[in-house]
Design a protein around this ligand. Structure first.
Ligand SMILES: Nc1nc2c(ncn2[C@@H]2O[C@H](COP(=O)(O)OP(=O)(O)OP(=O)(O)O)[C@@H](O)[C@H]2O)c(=O)[nH]1
Ligand SMILES: [Mg+2]
Length: 369
């Protein structure tokens, strides 16, 4: 049984939980809309908030769903996961259900699930989303960033897969993002089950890293073609920029893991100081070395990073630029009306004849000759 559980909230969260189920993780999902959650057939544990029919991109509806049902929801989550050390809550930040529910839900779970670390897998939307989604995403990420005692936040960046496959459909991008995220987490968990003569990376090491508050990324670099130390360093640093997660922007990694798998002769090209030169040496580094004849790969885990302000400002930028136009749109919603220039013409329309009542004698008098 894996020691990491995945709880999906909303549609995107459910999709991530679905893939996690097929990889052997314990999973569960929560939605305000039964029709969304029902398609994730591999997830066995499901909670649909009663009385709701989706949140229609309105975060306040997601928030209300937790407010009104938090006892049932917390019990559902507690009963869904057995003996896990880390629970990761997965959701998109730009919809209504996952984005509105998750920050409060995470805060409540931190209170009610002592002994289990709680982290998050929030999805940052791609560059094509519209104003309402951008507002949701920034509000949600701001709330998350303020939660105390929260473990690793894996910020999934939907733009990353789009950059690599510009021709792909939205659906393909979502699917490959979900796959990559779960594979990254699965791969480091797999390593903790291996044995090595030279340096084991065990589950305690992994949980130490993933328990760190802040943004975490996991990336793998194939170093088959590397000839020198600096080749290896640059391939690793490149993997931080091209993973499925928001690229590393600033210095200040707190805890880190460095795992080498491959032939012995390539291992000597790994130079720790040069790898961390750009982002600063972490407080603690947990290393694992596993010799085999497989293609040489270096997997790095960087935890405790700051929220990527450049990436997030890019989301906010189009709102700043269009502030007046957007505010006018809102004003217009409540004031707009159409005024016809032929209002006078309504008198032309056929009207039922009016029958004036008169006495019989007056009618008789009228025809009197
Ligand atoms: N990576 C990834 N992103 C997804 C996926 N599905 C949806 N998205 C992203 O999530 C956003 C939509 O959010 P949903 O998860 O559908 O929203 P929700 O939480 O169900 O909330 P409501 O539908 O408003 O009730 C899209 O703009 C995408 O950014 C997915 O499977 N993978
Ligand atoms: Mg939905």
């Amino acid at each position: 049984m894996e020691s990491i559980g995945i709880l999906g909230v909303g549609q995107a969260g459910g999709n991530l939980a679905e893939i996690a189920s097929s990889m052997g993780f314990q999973t569960a999902l929560i939605n305000t809309n039964k029709r969304d959650g029902i398609v994730n057939t591999k997830v066995e544990r499901k909670y649909f908030v009663p009385g709701y029919n989706g949140a229609g991109q309105d975060r306040s509806i997601g928030l209300k769903a937790v407010n009104d049902n938090y006892r049932e929801i917390v019990d559902f989550v507690k009963n869904s996961f057995k003996k896990i050390k880390l629970l990761l809550v997965a959701f998109s930040t730009d919809g209504g259900t996952g984005s509105g529910m998750s920050p409060l839900l995470i805060d409540l779970l931190l209170e009610h699930m002592s002994g289990v670390n709680i982290g998050a897998i929030p999805i940052v939307p791609d560059r094509n989303v519209l104003t309402g989604n951008r507002i949701n995403a920034t509000e949600c990420i701001e709330e998350l960033s303020k939660i105390n005692s929260l473990s690793s936040v894996f910020l999934v960046d939907n733009d990353q897969m789009r950059k690599l496959n510009p021709q792909s459909s939205k659906h393909q991008i979502y699917l490959s993002s979900n796959q990559q995220v779960m594979e990254a987490i699965k791969s480091v968990l797999q390593v903790t089950k291996k044995s090595s003569f030279y340096g084991n990376f065990d589950e305690t090491d992994l949980m130490n890293i993933l328990g760190t508050r802040g943004v975490t990324i996991i990336s793998s670099a194939s170093i088959t073609d590397a000839k020198t130390t600096s080749d290896v360093t640059s391939k690793i640093q490149q993997s931080w920029a091209t993973s499925v997660f928001c690229p590393v922007e600033s210095t200040g990694v707190i805890r880190s893991g460095l795992i080498y798998e491959g032939p012995e002769k390539m291992a000597k090209l790994i130079n720790v100081p040069s790898i961390f030169e750009r982002i600063g040496e972490p407080l603690e580094l947990f290393e694992g070395t596993y010799f085999s004849e497989s293609d040489p790969t270096v997997t790095t885990i960087l935890a405790g990073l700051a929220f990527p302000s450049r990436r997030l400002h890019a989301l906010e930028e189009s709102l700043e630029k269009n502030k007046d136009r957007l505010q006018n749109l809102v004003k217009k919603e409540h004031t707009q009306k159409y005024e016809s220039k032929i209002a006078w013409a309504s008198t032309l329309k056929a009207k039922p004849q009016e029958r004036k009542s008169s006495t019989v004698t007056s009618k008789l008098d009228k025809y009197q000759k």
